[in-house]
Design a protein around this ligand. Sequence first.
Ligand code: DQA
Length: 157
Amino acid sequence: MKITVIQGPNLNMLGIRERSIYGAITLEALHEGLKKIAEQNGIEVEFHQSNLEGEIVDRIQESYGESDVIILNAAAYTHTSIAIRDAISAVNIPTIEVHISNTARREEFRHTSLISAVCAGIITGFGPFTYHLAMLAAIQICNEIAAQKAAQNSQNA
Ligand code: DQA
């Protein structure tokens, strides 16, 4: 089983960027922690970050047939990108929308997400720990997919 984590624009600036909102941890350190959780659960994980909308669309497309779950912080593109929404629909991979901050408590323009409706679920507002919660959700989805596959195989046997 495999989880793909995709990070949108300016998340490479974690640790520097508006620390009172996004916390002090760097993206690299955050990913190290997530990798450990995945390893402990016997699940493969890969990480991508891009500041470019088209590259995020490419990454989602490349997950098709490769990944079982996507964890996506589309950052500012959450509020604007029909292309990212369409990519999630196209690959039909369960996608968990994450936000470090509680976007509902922030500026009005952050209240709208164009991607929520095509995501499996949304986890938001717990600081960098939001990603840990998303990993737990992603592992749960992986386990459910594995159980479904095992049940199908035993039916076909
Ligand atoms: C964010 C929230 C977005 O509104 C913002 O543009 C980001 C980060 C978050 O993780 O809280 O870049 O997705």
